[in-house]
Design a protein around this ligand. Structure first.
Ligand SMILES: Cc1cc2nc3c(=O)[nH]c(=O)nc-3n(C[C@H](O)[C@H](O)[C@H](O)COP(=O)(O)OP(=O)(O)OC[C@H]3O[C@@H](n4cnc5c(N)ncnc54)[C@H](O)[C@@H]3O)c2cc1C
Length: 474
């Protein structure tokens, strides 16, 4: 007889493991099927995020920032270090230890919550049965009242620049190069391209980023994107906009690229080529033909606003469904679905999901841009404040960028906050709280912010919405 559960989650990434733990907390008998194998061939829970995404990329961003600062920030503090070197084995090894700590941590959490873990590939069959093809070659079928699909996403491959894992690489490859490439090409100036391009640039690689779109960071506020573009230029990231890759060929340990822009065709030779043109929902082998779950035109699992697929007891969350491909979006969907299954009031507010790019300077935003509000015909007012006038940022020698707050012209409700500068990945949190509580710029302006902190930029931007910022002209 097959094992029977209240909830089976297929996929143990951020969306899936949050769903599983919350379901178990609610007393539901829960199982997770996950196929990810670590380098040792053993199960490595946590999906893209913990294995080759959020956490390892931030580990390398932090290590490379420390190195870069030695020559580029510390001299301004009167500190000089000569002959600084990077031991790449330790650099990459530290990242791997962190990955292991966290993937193992998820396994511990599963044990503590009495979640049954299956190491293999799950396929949804008709009637909420799940066929597991174990990584040990064994097959078995389990079933549940509810199945949550959380199969995540994989990098998009370009047909004329196929990943070979050696010269043409994806995000996973760019997280474990065994030498700093002399010349790194990056296709796509999105979050992943900019973050991983920054890592290797800071270690000395010549980095050329080709972006097909004519606009830099089109989803961000243009004032914020402009500052970021200038700063990335200072770092030495050579970002070419409106540049479309047309050919990439590996020959004699080099990648020969052709790209096209408004001036015609150009050739470029690099040692490694990171293709970071986006990710696609991953559903290969996940669904039997008669399970009833549908995919949209982009291959994502079709769900309603409650992450329900329309098939009785079948839900889907995270990168495999519509919405931003962000770990925290998946966390919230996973927990919300577990709560709906458990008879509670799950909740995801898609309007206040924060976006963060962990470059130097950091970029963060939540809510609407001016462009979106104009299109929607919503009247608004704007306040902004530069980090150059924030004592703490100047003391840190990181006084770059600004906070821009957008509020409704009549109600004063905060509609969007956009930032570029030091520590904005953390500063965005208080703005999300304010927006979630439907706060106004006036509320934020009246909240005491500690001095001297970077958060004063948020406070002053709120004051500036009403043209009463103290440390700048209004
Ligand atoms: C380099 C990089 C940096 C990133 N940085 C950030 C960041 O800083 N912040 C952020 O919010 N997001 C970041 N992301 C995005 C983030 O990693 C994803 O949004 C997140 O991992 C999606 O979670 P998920 O659970 O939906 O899917 P995934 O993390 O992709 O997990 C899906 C899991 O399901 C498994 N699986 C798939 N199909 C099956 C099956 N049929 N049977 C069994 N198992 C299956 C997979 O093996 C995997 O373990 C980054 C991504 C990359 C690549």
């Amino acid at each position: 007889m097959s094992d029977k559960f209240d909830v089976i989650v297929i996929g143990g990434g951020p969306a899936g493991y949050h769903a599983a733990i919350r379901a178990a907390q609610l007393g539901l008998k829960t199982a997770v099927v996950d196929a990810w194998a670590g380098k040792d061939g053993k199960a490595a829970l946590g999906g893209t995020c913990l294995n080759v995404g959020c956490i390892p990329s931030k580990a390398l961003l932090d290590s490379s920032k420390q190195f870069y600062n030695l020559a580029h920030n510390l001299p301004a503090h009167g500190i000089s270090v000569e002959n600084a070197k990077v031991d790449l084995k330790t650099f990459i090894g530290r990242k791997e230890k962190i990955v292991k700590q966290f993937t193992g941590g998820v396994a511990q959490l599963f044990k503590a919550n009495k979640i049954t873990s299956y190491f293999g590939t799950g396929k949804l069959l008709k009637g909420n049965e799940v066929e597991i093809s174990g990584n040990d070659g064994q097959k078995q079928t389990i079933s549940a009242t509810n199945v949550i699909l959380a199969s995540g996403s994989v990098p998009i491959e370009l047909p004329f620049a196929k990943f070979d894992g050696k010269h043409i690489i994806d995000n996973a490859g760019a997280l474990e190069l065994d030498a700093v490439p002399k010349r790194l090409g990056v296709i796509g100036a999105g979050v992943i391209g900019l973050e991983l391009g920054s890592v290797w640039r800071r270690l000395g690689a010549e980095v050329t980023v080709l972006e097909a779109l004519p606009e830099f960071l089109g989803a961000a506020d243009p004032d914020i994107a402009k500052v970021a573009f200038k700063e990335f230029g200072k770092l030495g990231l050579d970002i070419k906009l409106g540049a479309k890759l047309t050919k990439a060929e590996v020959s004699k340990n080099e990648v020969h690229i052709t790209y096209n822009d408004k001036d015609g065709d150009h050739d470029l030779v690099v040692d490694k080529l990171l293709v970071a043109v986006g990710r696609r929902a991953y559903t290969d082998g996940l669904l039997s033909e008669d399970c009833g779950v549908k995919l949209d035109e982009r291959g994502r699992i079709v769900v309603d606003e409650h992450c329900h697929t329309g098939v009785d007891g079948v839900w889907a969350v995270g990168d495999a469904v519509r919405g931003p491909m962000l770990a925290h979006k998946g966390f919230e969907e996973g927990m919300a679905v577990a709560e709906w299954i458990g008879g509670k009031a799950g909740h995801v507010n898609y309007d206040t999901i924060p976006w963060v790019i962990y470059t130097e300077p950091e970029i963060a935003w939540a809510g609407k841009t001016e462009k979106q509000l104009k299109e929607e015909g919503v009247p608004y007012k704007v306040g902004s404040f530069p980090f150059a006038a924030v004592g703490r940022a100047v003391a840190m020698n990181e006084a770059i960028g600004q906070v821009k707050m957008i509020a409704h012209a009549e109600t004063d409700r905060i509609l969007g906050v956009h930032m570029v500068g030091p520590g904005v990945s953390e500063l965005i949190a208080e703005c999300v709280v304010a927006m979630e509580f439907k706060g106004s710029a006036e509320d934020m302006a009246r909240i005491v912010h500690a001095h001297p902190t970077l958060s004063e930029a948020v406070h002053e931007a709120a004051l500036s919405v009403d043209k009463r910022a103290i440390h700048k002209g209004n």
